[in-house]
Design a protein around this ligand. Structure first.
Ligand SMILES: NC(=O)c1ccc[n+]([C@@H]2O[C@H](COP(=O)([O-])OP(=O)(O)OC[C@H]3O[C@@H](n4cnc5c(N)ncnc54)[C@H](OP(=O)(O)O)[C@@H]3O)[C@@H](O)[C@H]2O)c1
Length: 242
């Protein structure tokens, strides 16, 4: 099997750098995507060789379509994996002060970017012999608190969207009953409580970060998606929180 071509969408943060680096080390051709030219180039540089930075506002469907065109111009005929890392986080005191501004931001970051990326690359991921879509959700979706009502609602919507993509993959790959094909594409949800990286640990040497997931563990889980049969993964909610 040829090595996958994988997009890390929302790759500018510590998690994006770790995921891009790990995928490249595992032999993937990695394209890391962010909205800001300077930040995504710096992230690609930090991730090391084999990681190509691309700029795209993933909240704009037209821009994501242009991203697909750019990849085609770069000779990428097939995207095999999308590790989607755009999310955002907002909190308030309780239910009454959940602001529209916060909701709009979360809707755009957590839901719209995922919808755009998965709509535009769905066909390629479904056609790939090892198609993988992953997004990162939160343990708080199943134990919501009032102060993060908008956040958990947005993440729950993003999870539901991902499960719908998984259903699409399942249906497409089991449709031909005369010539059944093995499930080869999978959409999954990684579940974390919070992410931690080396910089955060260094800045807060006194803190223990209980239940946190190190970005290196998230990165290893992203690589692992391509080593596990799609049938075992598709539609799964994979708990990475300890
Ligand atoms: N951090 C945590 O503790 C935690 C906890 C639970 C779940 N999660 C989830 O884990 C994932 C990764 O979290 P994170 O904190 O590393 O990432 P994040 O800060 O939510 O987003 C990652 C990157 O996405 C880029 N981005 C934002 N809007 C964009 C857009 N419109 N187009 C393109 N890129 C855009 C940002 O970089 P630019 O602005 O430079 O483009 C940002 O650095 C997210 O889905 C998050 O919700 C995180």
């Amino acid at each position: 099997m040829t090595m996958p071509t994988t997009l890390v969408t929302g790759g500018s943060s510590a998690s994006g750098i770790a995921v891009a680096r790990a995928l490249a080390a595992a032999g993937h051709a990695v394209y890391t995507v962010g909205s800001d030219d300077v930040r995504i180039k710096a992230a690609a540089l930090e991730a090391g060789g084999g990681v190509t930075p691309l700029v795209c506002d993933l909240a704009s469907l037209d821009s994501v379509r242009e991203l697909a065109d750019t990849l085609r111009d770069l000779g990428v005929a097939q995207v095999d994996g999308v590790i989607h890392l755009v999310g955002g986080w907002r909190s308030a005191q309780g239910v009454e002060d959940q602001s529209d501004e916060d909701w709009d931001s979360l809707e755009e970051g957590a839901i719209t970017t995922l919808r755009n990326v998965s709509r535009v690359f769905y066909g390629q991921l479904e056609a790939s012999p090892q198609g993988r879509l992953a997004m990162v959700s939160s343990t708080s979706v199943t134990s919501p608190t009032a102060g993060i009502a908008s956040y958990v609602a947005a993440k729950a919507a993003a999870e539901a969207w991902t499960l719908a993509v998984a259903d699409g993959f399942r249906n497409a790959q089991s449709a031909n009953t005369e010539n059944p094909v093995e499930q080869h594409s999978a959409a999954v949800i990684f579940v974390v409580k919070s992410l931690v990286d080396e910089t955060l640990r260094r800045e807060h040497p006194e803190r223990r970060f209980p239940g946190y997931t190190d970005v290196e563990e998230l990165a290893a889980a992203a690589v692992g998606l391509f080593e596990e049969p799609a049938a075992n993964l598709n539609g799964q909610r994979l708990l990475l929180a300890k």
